[in-house]
Design a protein around this ligand. Structure first.
Ligand code: FMN
Length: 345
């Protein structure tokens, strides 16, 4: 086992060095969920917690970072949404509080946002949804990349994690640390992406049922009951009214969203509403929906964002146990090879 653990540590050494952690496992930022309790638990467990900032204000972010620093002396990061109107001020808060890693998410960050984040002294991570964008982000100064496939929970792109990994890792893996996200629920998958050239992985769905996570018990219970096929992308009914796809558990809200789009589009066709206004109404359907489910526990009328790996969430567990399970599976995978093909030293 020991040599298998050493091999795992060798496989993800670049990720560990980049993050400053024992394990190259990022707890991906999840709005309303990734706050001081879960973030510090992941970091204290040897992984790398990331605070979700969503639409927060600079003052609220400062408070959250400060509270997290009180709960852990280990490294953690902050996820900022690039289209936030106060992005610069949020970056400055990270700088003042000496956050070591800033993750720029929610759209392509500008070179100036990357530069401003780097100027704080932080290492900057960006999401790369395609190889050309990965190249551009690295040219603009990104220190590391996250590639997130369509299996993930929350806002998603169209391409599977396995395909993104094959497209991006061979070229970018040797250039900067690349972290693979989307659909990872077990250590065997972690080993396979590390062997393809990833520096580490990012998981979200697997951490929702952590004991330290503040998500409402109804939200956690929905995760424990669900299987992979229950986590579906939101449906767009008309190409003229684009919808950014979100993967969530099917419920009243996801069904109602289809009817709602049909109603709004019918009103537009009848001349009762302008196209722009109709598009806005469709976009606003989900505002506050994640909070309704995560915080208030309304899992029928809120958005229960979840990735396909939700089928591998079986129970509420302490964060440290989730991390230990993932590492144990990764080590066992590597150790099993030793017994199949004895190593002659
Ligand atoms: C409930 C939920 C909320 C999320 N919110 C965010 C977010 O605010 N910002 C972000 O960059 N990613 C968000 N994500 C994506 C995660 O950070 C992570 O990349 C993703 O969960 C990894 O895939 P997995 O769900 O298959 O583990 C969210 C995911 C979930 C499940």
């Amino acid at each position: 086992m020991d040599s298998a653990r050493q091999r795992l540590d060798y496989l993800w050494r670049r990720g560990r060095d980049f993050l400053g952690t024992d394990l190259a496992i990022l707890g991906g930022a999840m709005s309303w969920i990734s706050e001081r309790n879960l973030v510090s638990a992941i970091s204290n467990g040897g992984g790398f917690g990331v605070i979700a900032s969503g639409s927060t204000t600079p003052d609220r972010l400062a408070e959250e970072i400060g509270a997290t620093q009180e709960m852990t002396a280990k490294p953690f990061g902050v996820n900022l949404i690039t289209m936030h109107p106060q992005l610069d001020a949020l970056i400055d808060v990270c700088g003042e509080l000496q956050v070591g890693h800033i993750v720029l998410a929610g759209g392509l960050p500008s070179s100036s946002a990357i530069k401003r984040a780097k100027d704080t002294g932080a290492k900057v991570m960006c999401f790369a949804p395609a190889l050309v964008i990965a190249r551009k982000l690295v040219r603009s100064g990104a220190d590391a990349l996250v590639i997130e496939g369509t299996e993930a929970g929350g806002h998603i792109g169209p391409v599977a994690t396995s395909v993104l990994a094959q497209e991006i890792l061979p070229e970018m893996g040797p250039v900067v640390p690349v972290f693979v996200a989307g659909g990872i629920g077990r250590g065997e998958a972690i080993v396979s992406y590390l062997e393809m050239g990833a520096a580490g992985v990012q998981l979200g769905t697997r951490f929702v049922c952590a004991g330290e996570c503040i998500a409402h018990p109804n939200f956690k219970h929905a995760f424990i009951k669900a299987s992979a096929r229950d986590a579906v992308p939101s449906v767009q009914v008309d190409p003229s009214f684009p919808v950014i796809p979100v993967r969530a558990l099917a419920n009243n809200a996801t069904r109602r969203f289809v009817e709602f789009q049909q109603e709004v589009i019918a009103r537009f066709r009848a001349g009762g509403v302008e196209q722009k206004q109709a598009q806005l109404e469709i976009e606003h359907f989900w505002s506050g929906a994640l909070r309704r489910a995560v915080i208030e526990g309304d899992i029928e009328n809120g958005s229960v964002m979840a990735g396909q790996s939700v089928g591998m969430v079986m129970a509420e567990q302490p964060t440290a146990a989730i991390l230990a399970e993932l590492v144990g599976q990764a080590v066992a995978t590597l150790a099993a090879r030793d017994s199949r093909h004895p190593v002659v030293v």
